[in-house]
Each structure stands twice: as C-alpha cells, then as structure tokens.
Design a protein around this ligand. Structure first.
Ligand code: ATP
Ligand code: MG
Length: 401
C-alpha cells in the first residue's frame, strides 16, 4: 500500500471559537481511544483537519474503527509528499495505483500555501499529464470522473487523496454532557443509546434485573450490548440495579392493572437518583409512541410525572421496523433477540392499563413505603466500567469494581 496517512474531516461549520476547540479536543481523544491497539500511529491536528500518520500499521481495522467515531464527517487515505512538483507527480501516481483499476479521473489541486511556485490550474495539468503518461487505459473526465485525485499543497507538505470514506457524522461523544440511559436487553434501548451518543452525549447505562428470576445470562446479554455500544462512544458505565424486592412489593401491594405503570415509575425514580449521582442531566429511554401499553401518551404522561429531569426518547416517532433496521446496522440486533427473561416480563399481568391516571398511580403508591425499597436498590447497585478494548482487558477492569 502506498498510502501513509489518513486525513479526517469533521465539518460542523456552526462551531466557533471555544466550542470548536473543545469539539476538536474531544474528537481527538475519542479517536485516540479507539486506535489504542495501534501504538505506532501519530495523530495530529492541523488546518481544521486531523491527520493520522500510519507508520506502516494495517489500514483496514483503522478504517473500520474510524467509521464508528461520531463527529467524523469523512476521511481519506492520503499520500504525503514534500512540496516539489516531482514529488507531487510521483505521489499522485502512487495514490492512484492504490485505487486499483480505474478508467477515468480528474485532478483537483488546491494551493493554500501560496508560495508554492505552480498555481492550481497549472498543477492540475502537470499532474494530470504525468498520470496519463505513466498509466494505460485511463482517460480524463472532468465532469464525472471515477476518481478525483485531490492535491492539497500546505506550507509543510502536500497531501494527495483519491476519494473519501463516509464517517458517521454527529457530534463527538462527550461534547454534549451525560445522560442516564435505561438499557433493557431488548431491541429498542440499544438503538436509543446509539442515537443519543450520535448527538454527543456520554452514557451511563442503567439496567434493572431481578435475580433469581432473571439469570446470569440475561445480565451477560446486557453487558454484551453495552460492549457493542462502546464501539461508538468509548467507555460506558453500566449500573445494574437489583429490582427483585421492589417488584415483589409492587406485586403484593398494587392492583395488577397498575403494576406496570408503578413499576415504570419506580424505575424512573431510581434512574433519576443514579443520574443525579453521576451528574447526568437527562434520562434516555427506548420508548416509541404507541408501541405497547406502557408507551401510549397516557402512560408516558403518568410515568413521566415522577421525574423533573428531561426524558429523551430518540425513537419516539419510529416504527418498529425502522428501529430493527438501525439495530442491524449497528450490530446490536443479534444480541438483543437472544431469548432471556427481562425483569419487566416477570410478575407482570398480561393486561396493563393503556390509560393509567396520575391520581390513581399516586393512590396505589401510598399503599407501601416504596422509598425505602428505592434507597435499598440504589445502595446495592453494581457499577461496571465497560471499555472499548478487547474482552480480556475488560475483565481485569471489571474485577477492580
Ligand atoms: P426495549 O426493546 O428497549 O426493551 P421495549 O419495546 O421492550 O423496549 P418496554 O419493555 O416497554 O419496551 O421498555 C421501554 C423502555 O424502558 C426501554 O426501551 C428501556 O429504555 C426501559 N426499560 C425496560 N426494561 C428495562 C430494564 N430491565 N432495565 C432498564 N431499562 C428498561
Ligand atoms: Mg423490553
């Protein structure tokens, strides 16, 4: 391979001044994080781009990782040469060779470094002519070229690229504050997590489990989902909340048609408490309007009453099929559909009220001292730090907690 650099573009024109510096710093840290397994790489920030020097590292796994880093608009493999016409011509030929068989091309030269003696127009001709002379079965097409050979003459060096790879867009995770995301083992909440991270928030995942009614494998499933999500946002703290006692109490004290509503209210109260402890400014869920009884507008209204934190629902307008297609794309679907008991499905009656009322919920909650159950559940919550690094390393870290 002839490419020796990767040039990263991150757009976001609206970002100015201090915000931009912060954005760039976080993005660079996130890129460094995912590229940790490649110690030879050097990452540099220049002229509103980021440049990675490959130092002979394999490019495919790096490309794969960069495609998951939010905030990256696009990136290109690049050849870096010194600022002489000969070096540029020869570098352009090497870059084009790496594209394999190509039938049409055009050269687009830019010269931000005005002291370079050849202007862009002339450079287009001189580089284009050189490429034609040194290749066969290839012609110039200025309107619809198969490959655009971009030459960018900077003060310190010239970068040559032949095409760009799309990044995931969005904002760098960590630029938008923290959110406590309610993560079940289902299809929806991992997708909600992905979309929340896309807008730059750092996640604390909160999962409710009810041992012994839910087993180790269900817990492992949630850890695995969290692990997959770290590909997009780096380290995620997973809070595992023991929910058995509270669920039993609800089962005993609350009429069965309100059990689900009250259970959700309890989950939200606990999540709010964890959010406050972690300085998270909002709660996120995988709810979608009207999908099931607990997600009608009436239900949301009654459940949402218990928290003053904003509740973000990235999937609120989506159909199930749209959610599934994202789940497949981001790689959570196969794990989500594994058939393990969720804490929500045990104890609960098959029929729940689709129009629960706030007053009724408050009345049933007055039947028992739920606050002490909440305090107990929060106190016994286990926190696991899940990192983007390979499984083995992660285990060691987990053991520290
Ligand atoms: P999902 O596919 O995310 O499980 P769902 O379609 O099964 O969603 P519900 O079971 O009604 O819908 O859950 C709605 C939302 O409540 C979930 O998206 C998730 O954010 C939260 N939630 C449900 N169960 C749990 C749980 N055991 N732990 C944490 N959050 C949960
Ligand atoms: Mg579910």
């Amino acid at each position: 391979m002839n490419y020796d650099h990767i040039l990263i573009r991150y757009g976001e024109l609206s970002l100015k001044g201090k915000n931009r510096t912060h954005f760039e710093k976080v993005l660079r840290d996130n890129i460094k994080q995912v590229l940790k397994p490649f110690p030879m790489l050097k990452i540099e920030r220049t002229f509103g781009r980021m440049i990675i020097e490959l130092h002979g590292e394999q490019v495919e796994p790096i490309v794969d990782r960069l495609q998951h880093v939010f905030g990256i608009q696009s990136f290109s493999l690049a050849v870096k040469v010194e600022n002489t016409l000969e070096a540029i011509q020869e570098g352009a030929l090497r870059a084009l060779h790496d594209r394999g068989s190509v039938s049409t091309f055009k050269v687009t030269a830019r010269r931000p470094f005005k002291n370079f003696p050849v202007d862009s127009q002339k450079l287009n001709h001189l580089v284009g002519g050189y490429l034609l002379k040194n290749t066969s079965n290839i012609t110039v097409d200025v309107h619809h070229p198969e490959v655009e050979v971009k030459v960018e003459v900077r003060e310190t060096a010239t970068y040559i690229t032949c095409g760009a790879i799309e990044g995931p867009g969005g904002l760098p995770v960590g630029t938008g504050g923290k959110v406590a995301l309610m993560l079940s083992g289902g299809i929806d909440s991992p997708v909600a997590a992905y979309l929340a991270m896309k807008r730059g928030v750092k996640l604390h995942a909160v999962h409710f489990h009810s041992p012994p009614f839910t087993n180790e494998r269900a817990k492992q499933k949630v850890k695995d989902l969290t692990k997959i999500l770290t590909k997009y946002g780096g380290t995620i703290h997973l809070h595992l909340v023991p929910f058995t006692d509270l669920q039993k109490a609800i089962h005993e004290k609350v009429p069965s048609n309100y059990a689900m509503t009250i259970m959700r209210r309890m989950m939200l109260r606990i999540t709010e408490q964890i959010a406050n402890e972690q300085n998270a400014l909002a709660i996120a869920t995988g709810e979608s309007l009207g999908q099931v009884a607990s997600q009608t507008l009436h239900s949301m209204n009654t459940i949402n009453e218990v928290t003053t934190l904003p509740v973000i629902r990235p999937l609120v307008t989506m159909d199930k099929l749209e959610v599934i297609s994202i789940a497949q794309k981001i790689g959570t679907y196969e794990t989500s559909i594994l058939p393990f008991e969720d804490c929500c499905t045990i104890f609960l009656p098959p029929q729940s009220k689709t129009r629960p009322k706030r007053e009724q919920a408050q009345k049933f909650e007055a039947n028992f001292d739920y606050q002490s159950y909440i305090t107990e559940a929060v106190a016994n919550t286990e926190m696991i730090k899940v990192t983007a690094q390979p499984q083995q390393e992660n285990k060691e870290i987990e053991e520290l907690f």
